[in-house]
Write a protein that binds this ligand. Structure first.
Ligand code: DX5
Ligand code: ZN
Length: 221
């Protein structure tokens, strides 16, 4: 199993002080910055794009930026995010006309490709794409908003995704996103996740370091 990664979702950060918020959460022990991109088309909400990613890099953020695209179409924004400093770029396969081509475009742009699965999306997309990606991201809420409740069927889906990843001989991260809290992160880790997105649980806390530390303790068991 890969080292656990905690990836706070800046969707729940104070956008008026975004640079400071990201500095603070990284200083509090976070590993990655989870960057939620919404277009008011694929999902019913509108957030941030490559300019904000670039601004974080110019601000001095060196940690990996984990871009989660909830947009349709997908492909034309990929070079912009790569130039803006994205590390991973994950997309929802049903939002792309040609998911394999999108994966190639992400790789060609110098980023690590990931596939994202909504609660209602089958893992069958992995049948022919797993060998081409670096990350599988399972949504444990429907995408579009922070602060929703974890959907329990994600646990079985995580176990199935873990089985598929272990059957591959490549290093592929298994990430989970939505409703992750210190109170449920242990069972999510036990089901096979190694990369944990948390928005409201971290940015809603008074002390980011305390909640991140507790999450790491829960993951370690
Ligand atoms: C939802 C986003 C998540 C969201 C998670 O569409 O992809 O990253 O910010 O927020 P919490 O952790 O509050 O469920
Ligand atoms: Zn996300």
């Amino acid at each position: 199993m890969l080292e656990p990664i905690i990836a706070p979702s800046i969707l729940s950060a104070d956008f008026a002080r975004l640079g400071e918020e990201v500095d603070n959460v990284l200083a509090a022990g976070a590993d990655w910055v989870h960057f939620d991109v919404m277009d008011n088309h694929y999902v019913p909400n509108l957030t941030i794009g490559p300019m904000v990613c670039e601004a974080l890099r110019k601000h001095g953020v060196t940690a990996p930026i984990d871009v989660h695209l909830m947009i349709q179409p997908v492909d034309r924004i990929i070079p912009d995010f790569a130039e803006a400093g994205a590390t991973t770029i994950s997309f929802h396969p049903e939002a792309s006309e040609h998911p394999h081509r999108t994966i190639q475009a992400i790789r060609a742009a110098g980023c690590q490709p990931g596939l994202v699965f909504n609660p209602g999306t089958s893992l069958n997309y992995l049948d022919w794409l797993l060998e081409d990606i670096d990350l599988v991201l399972l949504m444990s809420v429907n995408p579009g908003f922070g602060g929703q409740k974890f959907i329990p069927s994600t646990l079985d889906k995580l176990r199935e995704a873990r089985r598929r990843i272990d059957a591959s001989d490549r290093e592929i991260r298994l990430e989970v996103d939505g409703g992750i809290k210190a109170d449920n992160i242990a069972e999510v880790a036990a089901a096979g996740a190694d990369t944990f997105v948390a928005g409201s649980a971290i940015f809603g806390a008074d002390d980011y370091a305390t909640v991140i530390k507790r999450m790491r303790e829960e993951i370690a068991g």
